[in-house]
Design a binder for this molecule. Structure first.
Ligand SMILES: Cc1cc2nc3c(=O)[nH]c(=O)nc-3n(C[C@H](O)[C@H](O)[C@H](O)COP(=O)(O)OP(=O)(O)OC[C@H]3O[C@@H](n4cnc5c(N)ncnc54)[C@H](O)[C@@H]3O)c2cc1C
Length: 368
């Protein structure tokens, strides 16, 4: 392709920022990133925003290369035929290539009362509302629904901050963890005074203003209910007539190219490679952003894009500020029994968060 190539990145999370920075380093490529907020949200610290140990926000000036044009707006539609993105603010941006990196947010559990009364931590707006709700009732009982990584981290963070927390697992505590790694997690929660409900019957069937009802008939008083089970992706791709899977993730081939249009490449939680499914995670997003950029750069150079290779190291969980658990995995994300727990586990988690942010900052410097 001759002349300046215009690339638009939709979404300024881990996937979008790493893609934008990788692309902006290349001469002859102009990058525009569209994001609804003027700053970068460190989603992996949102449970800390709730208790106030971190604000989970970093200026885009720190993480986005000076060569990247930031448009603070929300994409409302992708017109693949015209190669144009419509914005909520009324304008449009045109592209030669598009990176679809809109991430994920809270899932609607479809349980009566949950949409009306439950809070969530999966996006910053939800986390800020939750923080305000908790501030109005310091001693009131809190229920965290879902015992995946977000539920575990949120329950522990709140319990360490002195809240009375019940964790409703639905099934098992930490379903993504190895059975031997669940033990130190359970011990830590017990030490923090978290009441853990797991097994048959521990499914939430209704949320009310001040209680949670379980399948087995139990009713738990709950002034603040936090729903953490599952993420849902925005419906922008589906609304734009692009093929998505049942979760709404944009379907791509092994080079992250949209199966409907080779000018559209995806990264992060909102993408799904049909032949190589991966867990929605920051760990995946920071690998997929540069991989999406590489696919576009190869196409610009007239080459066939290469299949994406991803490597997972494990899952790092903070269990409050003072302890944590690192669950190691094989490179294909299958967990094993290796772990680091206690204070060293918290240290590994903090290093992982800082390392991730530093990676964005160094990518920004290279793209300035
Ligand atoms: C509390 C918590 C803790 C977590 N801890 C970990 C962890 O320890 N390790 C880990 O690997 N993962 C963790 N995750 C998951 C991780 O945060 C996500 O998987 C990751 O953020 C996905 O990155 P992304 O770039 O795909 O999307 P996101 O980071 O969600 O970014 C997407 C961006 O796109 C923007 N956007 C959405 N729609 C539009 C639109 N229409 N137009 C323009 N912009 C749009 C959003 O506003 C957002 O800025 C955690 C998540 C939570 C909530």
């Amino acid at each position: 392709m001759n002349g300046n190539v215009q690339v638009v990145v939709i979404g300024g999370g881990y996937g979008g920022v790493t893609a934008a920075n990788s692309l902006a380093r290349r001469d002859g490529v102009s990058v525009t990133l569209v994001n609804p907020r003027p700053d970068f949200v460190e989603r992996i610290r949102l449970h800390q925003l709730v208790t106030g140990s971190d604000d989970a926000v970093v200026g885009f000036g720190e993480v986005l290369g000076g060569n990247v044009r930031l448009v603070v707006d929300t994409a409302t539609r992708i017109d693949a035929g015209e190669r144009q993105v419509s914005l909520a603010g009324g304008g449009t941006v045109s592209y030669d290539y598009l990176v679809y990196a809109v991430g994920s947010g809270a899932a609607d559990p479809g349980v009566p009362g949950a949409a009306e009364f439950a809070h969530w931590v999966s996006d910053i707006e939800g986390a800020e509302r939750l923080r305000s709700a908790l501030a109005t009732s310091a001693s009131a009982p809190v229920t965290v629904v879902g015992a995946g990584p977000t539920g575990l981290e949120t329950a522990a963070e709140l319990a360490e901050a002195g809240r009375k927390v019940t964790l409703v697992c639905g099934d098992v505590l930490g379903p993504s963890l190895h059975a031997r790694v669940r033990r130190p997690v359970a011990r830590r929660l017990a030490a923090l005074g978290v009441s853990v409900l797991e097994g048959a019957g521990a499914q939430v069937t209704e949320v009310t203003r001040d209680a949670v009802r379980l399948e087995d008939g139990r009713e738990l008083p709950s002034a603040v209910t936090i729903w953490t089970a599952g993420f849902r992706v925005p419906d922008l791709a589906a609304r734009s007539g692009l093929r998505t899977n049942t979760e709404g993730r944009l379907v791509t081939d092994s080079s992250l190219t949209c199966v409907d249009d080779e000018r559209i490449v995806a990264a992060g939680d909102a993408a799904v490679m049909t032949d190589h499914p991966f867990r929605m995670s920051c760990q995946a997003a920071v690998q997929l952003g540069p991989a999406a950029a590489a696919t576009i750069l190869r196409r610009i150079g007239g080459k066939t894009p290469a299949p994406v290779r991803m490597f997972f190291a494990g899952q790092c969980l903070s269990l409050g500020r003072n302890e944590g658990v690192t669950q190691f995995s094989y490179p294909n994300d299958k967990v094993n029994a290796l772990r680091i727990s206690g204070r060293p586990g918290a240290g590994v988690k903090e290093i992982a968060c800082r390392f991730t942010l530093n990676k964005l900052v160094s990518g920004a410097r290279k793209a300035s």
